[in-house]
Design a protein around this ligand. Sequence first.
Ligand code: ADP
Ligand code: MG
Ligand code: ZN
Length: 482
Amino acid sequence: MSVQYEAVIGLEVHAQLLTHTKIFCGCSTAFGASPNTNVCPTCLGLPGALPVLNAKAVEYAVRTALSLGCRIREHSVFARKNYFYPDLPKGYQISQYDEPFSEAGVLEITTTNRAGEVVTKRAGITRVHMEEDAGKNMHDKGDFSVVDLNRAGTPLVEIVGDPDLRSGEEAAEYLKTLREILVFLGVNDGNLEEGSFRCDANVSIRPVGTTKFGTRVELKNINSFKFVKDALAYEIRRQESVLESGGSLVQETRGWDDKAGKTFSLRSKEEAHDYRYFPDPDLPPLVLSAEYVARVRNDLPELPSEKRARFVEKYKLTPYASNVLTQHPKVAVFFEETGKAHGDYTKVANFVQSEVLRDVTTRGLEASFPVTPTQVADLLTLVDKGDISGKQAKELYAKMVGTERSPSDLMLELGMQQVTDVGAIEAVCVRLIEANPKQAEQLRQGKANIMGFFVGQVMKETKGSANPQIVNDCIKRLLKLG
Ligand code: ADP
Ligand code: MG
Ligand code: ZN
């Protein structure tokens, strides 16, 4: 019988912290500036320039670690990780090594198992530490490779996960959950494509039922959730087939070729760096007092899972609606402001989901909405008052999108107000009953579905502006139906 294998996966995530300036100097971190304009002696690695730690970067890093349930070390150390590469002008990266500022946290993820049941899993977080980003080498600028050091010194948190994940799906879910937490914390913009949120995945396999880890492969820079899933699935199959054919695995770093749908070897362990870590003599140990940590903890924004639970509890939303309306921090704010302005959170939730979200675009922490919460609240109030039908509300909404018009002005201008004048509706009903004696008789005889015919005719005559409930009542009254 052939051996059954299980995958063992641990992720390392690098996330840029959204500070205005770099981690050890005052240079701007703005994305998209001309190459090598946001640089100074410190981030260029010029001799004699000294690093000074950015307090905001520390605060964001501590926020991250606390939200992942990590223990914060009172005393931590910055270390030099030595290697040579053109995007690293100092010849070393300032990172944290054997004394990171935080460790031992947990990330709760929700997945669906093979039986289709929703299961919650707690994946361990080994550590969160701070480090600086490197610059960017570019190889598409003619005959030369060039380097842009604007990114050098951008603050990063590295979040190292325990090898607790067992499939590509779990890994993708872990990443999504982590990304969402960072975005809700306001510390990272979660942009995988632009590389402000990056992931390396470590994967090995072992026979089911055993506990010893197999030889691991590190998959580098997989920049979408789909790539994570696909690259891991491929890599797990590849490792299985190597072992099944009697071969053995080598510890190596591999890349993902999405076009070919394959991983490929980048370097083996023999070529791995010896980083010669040592404490950076230019930076004093980082001391995080209990009071400081308590203050950061106290100021933590609501996490996505907490917000979701609160929306279900407080506004009686379904878990599904609550999920949709917390997909982005700004969407959640829009929903709550509209709900507050209108009063009926269920109606607001339905309308935002079915109409507004279609036109919302998000980019990083920003989101742009086609209308304001007040416009939506006022629109729904028109429906409540019977001025327009639910169907008309959608039409009016479509006219309102991208304008700053008030829905009631627009309604009057477009002649959309529903006719609630019972006399006017009755006149139309009388006329239609006279014009359609056969149908009137059938309705009297109890063929209830004929009602739809009459309501439809009235709507046609009034171009949809009659209040359907009033039409219904009116026809019943005229035909003396109970
Ligand atoms: P390094 O510092 O060389 O990257 P670490 O021991 O810090 O190595 O591990 C880095 C990541 O690799 C962690 O996320 C960890 O969970 C994962 N990992 C370690 N061993 C294995 C293994 N045998 N299989 C899969 N993942 C592993
Ligand atoms: Mg590593
Ligand atoms: Zn600088």
